[in-house]
Structure formats: C-alpha cells, structure tokens
Ligand binder design. Structure first.
Ligand SMILES: [Fe+2]
Length: 218
C-alpha cells in the first residue's frame, strides 16, 4: 500500500497557532503524528512525505524518523534539511516525482502545479505547502475555474492538518473520495468536447518497482 502526507512540521511550535492545530504543544503533536502513522503503516508499506517534515535538530529528527514504519520517501519542501545523517533515513529525496498508484498516474510535488502531465487522462496532482490559508483558497478557486472550463484538474492538498487527513497518512482512494470532481464535460484545447477523462497509467506495469516508480528512478 502507498500512503501520502505533507507538512507535518514535527517539533514546530508556531505551526500550532497558524494552522489552529489542536495540540497543547509541539511534542504532543509529534507524538500523535507518530502514533497515527504507525497505526496504519506497516513495515512493507510505502509513504511519500510531500515536504516540511521536521522542525527539529538533526538528532531529534533522526529519532522521530526512526520511529516511523515503512519505506519513507521525501519530496522536498522549503524547510527540509537533507544533508548530514538525516539523509540516510529516507529511501529517496526528490523535488518532484511521478508514480503509478494502482491504475492512476500520481504527480507529487511540495508545491501545487496547476497544469501537469496526463491531466486530461485521469492523473492526480498531490501537493502541500499552502496550509489553511488564502493561498489554499486560491488553489481551490483555480481548480473550480478549471472545471468550469472543462479541464479535469485533480489537485489535492495532502497537508496533515486538512480535515480528511486528520494528521494521518492517507491512500489515494481515500484522498479521491474526500475530494470528488464533479461530472464535468471535458473540453479539448481546440474547444471541442472530449467526454469523460479516461485513466491512463504513466508507465508499463512491468517497468515499475514497489513504490510505483520506474525501476531506474528509485
Ligand atoms: Fe512549505
């Protein structure tokens, strides 16, 4: 199983206030994030963390990362420390990646991307960074405007503070169910109707490894 989560900000006191997170202090928030993660994720599962994982010293961050189950991959945020010892506890560190999750192409980046590969063919774009803010409202507004224009945008914020995340790594199926797309009429660039989007996986199944990516990109 593949799981996704972003913007845990473990150890970051100020995030409690600016996200209105329901924890008395940063240590309690980290404890809940670790507990929720390990209640779901097994040693065989894969988790993509879409940036801004830790706010602590290297030692504290290593200590937290060691407690988390599964194969852990980092998509870099603007606050991620990726040098020194911490690097060894991530199986991969990238700014952007694409993977097959079941039959769906998933695009991963810390930052929202309004236009992305195979957008018209069922691909999903997962991001973080914008928290519950005016930036987050703007992304939702752009997404709705795309739908009004017949463009099937499937951008989903996987920030741990979102209601449907509830500080827990989520599967693609859970994310899609919590963020339904209306039944839009897809319009091609030349203005002609194109019907419902089909799902086209990114890669031939024979080419992908356990985390859904090309065997040469892990
Ligand atoms: Fe960020």
């Amino acid at each position: 199983m593949i799981y996704y989560i972003a913007d845990m900000h473990m150890g970051h006191k100020n995030v409690l206030r600016f996200d209105s997170r329901p924890f008395p202090d940063a240590d309690e928030m980290s404890a809940v994030l670790v507990r929720n993660w390990n209640d779901r994720v097994t040693a065989e599962d894969t988790v993509f963390v879409l940036g801004d994982a830790f706010w602590k010293s290297e030692n504290d961050s290593v200590n937290l990362l060691q407690q988390l189950n599964g194969h852990k991959h980092l998509i870099r945020g603007n606050h991620d420390r990726v040098h020194g010892r911490l690097r060894n506890y991530w199986e991969s560190i990238e700014h952007y990646t694409e993977l097959n999750d079941g039959n769906t192409l998933v695009i991963l980046c810390h930052y929202p991307i309004l236009f992305y590969r195979n957008q018209h063919y069922g691909a999903v774009m997962l991001y973080g960074h914008v928290h519950n803010s005016r930036e987050s409202e703007l992304v939702e507004k752009w997404k709705r405007e795309q739908w009004d224009m017949g463009i099937p945008g499937r951008l989903i914020n996987v920030g741990c503070m979102m209601d449907y995340m509830d500080y827990t790594p989520r599967t693609l199926a859970e994310l899609l169910e919590a963020n339904p797309m209306p039944d839009i009429t897809r319009i091609r660039k030349d203005g002609t109707p194109a019907g419902r989007p089909e799902t086209v996986p990114a890669l031939d199944d024979s080419e992908v490894n356990q985390d859904g990516r090309k065997t040469d990109s892990a």
